[in-house]
Design a protein around this ligand. Structure first.
Ligand SMILES: [Zn+2]
Ligand SMILES: [Zn+2]
Length: 120
């Protein structure tokens, strides 16, 4: 599941901040999109050695931010076994036999309960 989200993750990071997002394939709401500032954002490395350190630090913080984006998106998204799209908890139904996204459930005439419904 996390691998799928990693594949679908869009990278909107810049040299100053890290930002990733994944979209629900049904309602297109974005998840996992929390901007994390690079700890050395705005600082110019004074020397070549400092630049190497900054680059390594950037890599490390990039990976951490990416992992946390995947983790937070995973709490909101489910894989629909029929259309293979990522569906958020508001677009995904817990059904008796097979849990499905709302669109597939409707197409296949299956009833179920939303993972999260706004009325609760
Ligand atoms: Zn959705
Ligand atoms: Zn589906």
């Amino acid at each position: 599941m996390k691998n799928l989200i990693e594949l679908a993750l869009e990278d909107l990071s810049s040299s100053d901040y890290f930002l990733f997002q994944t979209h629900c394939g049904i309602c297109t709401v974005a998840y996992g999109n929390r901007t994390v500032r690079f700890s050395k954002a705005g600082e110019e490395p004074a020397t070549e050695q400092k630049k190497l350190l900054f680059d390594a630090l950037y890599d490390q913080e990039y990976r951490t931010a990416r992992q946390s984006a995947v983790r937070s998106a995973a709490e909101h998204l489910n894989l629909c076994p029929v259309c293979r799209r990522l569906a958020c908890n508001r677009c995904f139904l817990i059904c008796e036999d097979l849990d499905l996204c709302v669109e597939c459930a409707e197409r296949l005439g299956v009833k179920g309960d939303l993972v999260i419904s706004d009325s609760v």
